[in-house]
Design a protein around this ligand. Structure first.
Ligand SMILES: NC(=O)c1ccc[n+]([C@@H]2O[C@H](COP(=O)([O-])OP(=O)(O)OC[C@H]3O[C@@H](n4cnc5c(N)ncnc54)[C@H](OP(=O)(O)O)[C@@H]3O)[C@@H](O)[C@H]2O)c1
Length: 280
């Protein structure tokens, strides 16, 4: 069997969709997988793993570390990576986050270990928060409603475009020179949530305000919406990473890998507003 395809997990998500598009734009043949994709892959059903992995030469791995529920990232990603190598997959690119270590009781660095130990060529991507949280992810409804409430204080985050993350992933999947690299991926400017809201307000022509919330009040708010307590704590701790400026320094990795500057938040906001992403 020729191994021509590249498997993309999370292919309906913010990065996976763009990774598949970047690979196709470069002429690669993509096997887009997920629970609702043509090639079925479910982390909860390991019978779907081998068929998805068989016959591919490389794979883009997206886990579910930011979703509710406890799961053992190291064991699960390790098992998948090991199976991938047994199936003949030579290259693995794993999406993680700039935030590593223990956050709300979850070890956000755990997935990396399984991939590093797999025997495959590996690259780990560790991006900051995505621009796309504002127009397709967790903050979309808040932006549309005109008020972002988060416990991020006046901390800064160098938000990054999921498209830039995807192009770096495509480079790592297709080109040589990325094996054994851990890439911290950021945009060029570190913004407070208030500044991000102001840029979005300007672009959409309608005010979006940022309201800083105390961490305990934020958790209480999530609990009042029936969010499970452990997940509420996790989300609040994630926001606390921004409040404490833990990942606030921009990196030059996007520019080093892609040979161009990362996309700017203002361009993102203009484009998203133009296509009506925040229309009520
Ligand atoms: N958002 C951010 O700012 C940010 C920043 C840094 C890192 N990250 C990391 O990015 C990852 C998420 O990636 P993303 O934002 O590209 O995806 P996403 O937009 O959150 O979408 C999740 C993807 O995972 C798939 N999925 C969910 N549960 C699954 C399961 N049980 N089995 C198989 N597939 C499943 C979904 O597809 P189906 O529902 O179709 O299966 C979907 O394609 C997380 O690990 C997060 O920590 C996020």
């Amino acid at each position: 069997m020729t191994q021509t395809d590249i498997l993309v997990l999370g292919s309906t998500g913010k990065t996976g969709r763009r990774v598949a598009a970047s690979l196709r734009a470069r002429g690669a043949s993509v096997r887009a997988a997920g629970r609702s994709a043509q090639v079925r892959f479910d982390w909860n059903d390991d019978r779907t793993w081998e068929p998805a992995l068989t016959g591919v030469r490389a794979a883009y791995l997206v886990d579910r570390q930011d979703q509710p529920g406890a799961w053992d990232a190291e064991a699960e990603i390790g098992a998948l990576a090991k199976l991938a190598v047994e199936c003949g997959v030579r290259r693995l690119v794993l999406l993680q986050a700039r935030t590593t270590g223990l956050v709300g009781g979850k070890d956000l660095g755990a997935g990396e270990r399984g991939v590093r130990d797999s025997g495959a060529e590996w690259t780990v991507l560790r991006p900051n928060w995505f621009f796309q949280n504002f127009d397709e992810g967790v903050l979309l409804d808040a932006v549309r409603a005109g008020e972002i409430r988060l416990p991020t204080g006046d901390g800064r985050e160098p938000f990054v475009d999921a498209g830039d993350v995807a192009e770096v992933a495509a480079a790592a999947l297709l080109d040589d020179g990325h094996a054994g690299q851990v890439y911290d991926l950021s945009g060029a400017r570190a913004l407070t949530l208030a500044e991000a809201a102001e840029e979005i307000s300007g672009a959409r022509g309608r005010a979006v305000t940022y309201l800083p919330v105390a961490p305990d009040d934020y958790v209480a708010e999530l609990l009042s919406y029936d969010v499970p307590a452990d997940y509420a704590g996790f989300v609040a701790d994630l926001a606390g990473q921004i409040r404490r400026n833990l990942n606030a320094t921009p990196t030059d990795t996007v520019e080093r890998v892609l040979g161009r500057a990362p996309r700017d938040f203002a361009d993102f906001a203009r484009e998203a507003a133009g296509r009506g992403a925040w229309d009520a």
